[in-house]
Design a protein around this ligand. Structure first.
Ligand code: S3P
Length: 423
């Protein structure tokens, strides 16, 4: 196998861009969001905001101008609000729309229509939100917006989307809202709210938010998406002698669990998170990964899951060929992502010749596989399409054909071309 070399930049962070656009819409005046990914999911957020009456321009360099008209300025649209494939769009919108005036309906594509929403509706109900779902769980989601009341809520599941929906609803509530999460998840919403001047106090019983009078418009700079960079890091780690550098990537401590895992597997991984904090308070820096002679299997325990939740299918791909067994436990959340990622990743890897057993909350992976080429099904899941392409470009003995390569554009338009450019 020829070592891979290259220096790349990846599209802007999907999670951060959703939040920047939503908060910009609630601010007063024009905001600019630089580094917008251009991926399908982020465009779903823009589409929904436009349908709610927000004026938005996207310029060619993928910067977005949002004309915010205030905290309670969103207006019901005649048609259902289409969140596409984007769970973050739908769940964050649930929080935001609960405190607006009027009735709203959120819909999504086939994958999103099968994803659970009661996990968001339940804590929002504590703030007095009125939300109905198909079978009490699934989209379409109908929201009757009205004045919310601040309260203390537990997120229940380890989910940044649930936490963020509660914080966004808290912006519109009367009185203080306290959000408690048993497991820490990505804190992009908190960092951004503080950047916009909102008072958030860390207390023993949770994170307390005092609703502001107004939000000031501003300039947001979205760093590169670590979850997109991970595919290049993974590719480098799979081929001895490789060296790949990713410039300007977000290095939020709650997002870099995969980098720690790569190190434990024996890869050489360096990042300079101290390089700078971007204007929104997110750590950003360069990442360098070098492929070791031998990659070894490791165990991922439940407490490590939240910090690498989107990278676990990729981890399984690396573990399949690493020396020795690997185990992932406590990752049952993967069953309700864009696909059932435990089942779909297991099936994908078995198609290519790996020995991997699906468990209720992860996998047991034998390691040491010599992967073949093959035709794989990714169930329309962007991250699985990119996993398959990484294996095809690195360790698979033959071509790996993906049934739906276009799914990658949900988070990473131009992914396949970028992967090909590694030399
Ligand atoms: C996200 C949170 C995670 C993650 C998703 C993006 C976010 O989902 O899997 O890709 O932007 O808050 P959960 O909140 O369901 O864990």
């Amino acid at each position: 196998m020829k070592p891979l070399h290259g220096e790349i930049r990846v599209p802007g962070d999907k999670s951060i861009a959703h939040r920047a656009c939503l908060l910009a819409a609630l601010a007063e005046g024009e905001s600019f969001v630089a580094g917008f990914s251009g991926g399908g999911d982020n465009h779903s957020t823009l589409r929904v905001l436009r349908a709610l009456g927000v004026e938005i321009q996207v310029d060619q360099a993928q910067g977005v101008r949002v004309q915010g008209r205030g905290l309670r300025s969103l207006r019901p649209s005649a048609d259902p609000l289409d969140c596409g494939n984007s769970g973050t769009t739908m769940r964050l919108m649930m929080g935001l729309l609960s405190g607006q005036s009027g009735t709203f309906e959120l819909v999504g594509d086939a994958s999103l229509s099968g994803r659970p929403m009661a996990r968001v509706a339940r804590p929002l109900g504590r703030l007095n939100a009125r939300i109905e779902m198909r079978d009490g769980e699934y989209p379409p989601v109908r929201i009757r917006g009205h004045q919310l009341e601040g309260a203390r809520v537990e997120t229940g599941v380890a989910s940044a989307q649930v936490k963020s929906a509660c914080l966004l609803a808290g912006l519109l509530a009367r009185g203080e809202t306290t959000v408690h999460e048993a497991t820490r998840t990505r804190d992009h919403t908190e960092r951004m709210l503080r950047h916009m001047g909102v008072t958030l106090v860390e207390r023993a019983d949770g994170l307390a938010l005092r609703p502001p009078e107004r939000l000031a418009a501003g300039h947001f700079e979205v760093p590169g998406d670590l979850s997109s960079a991970a595919f290049f890091a993974g590719a480098a780690a799979l081929v001895p002698g490789s060296e790949v550098v990713v410039r300007g990537v977000g290095l939020n401590p709650r997002r870099i669990g995969f980098l720690h895992a790569l190190r434990s597997m024996g890869a050489h991984v360096e990042w300079a998170s101290s390089a700078r904090l971007d204007p929104g308070g997110e750590p950003v820096g360069d990442l360098c990964v070098r492929g070791p002679t031998t990659l070894v299997g490791i165990e991922i325990s439940p407490h490590q899951v939240a910090d690498m939740v989107d990278e676990l299918p990729l981890f399984a791909c690396l573990a399949a060929v690493a020396e020795g067994p690997s185990v992932v436990a406590g990752a049952e959340e993967l069953r309700v992502k864009e696909s059932d990622r435990i089942r779909a990743t297991g099936a994908l890897l078995r198609t290519l010749g790996a020995t991997i057993e699906d468990t209720p909350d992860g996998w047991r992976i034998a390691g040491g596989a010599r992967l073949t080429g093959g035709h794989v099904q990714v169930e329309g899941d962007h991250r699985l399409a990119m996993c398959a392409a990484v294996l095809g470009r690195t360790v698979a003995g033959g071509a790996v054909e993906v049934d739906a390569p276009s799914s990658a554009s949900v988070s990473f338009p131009g992914f396949f071309e970028a992967l090909e450019r590694l030399r």
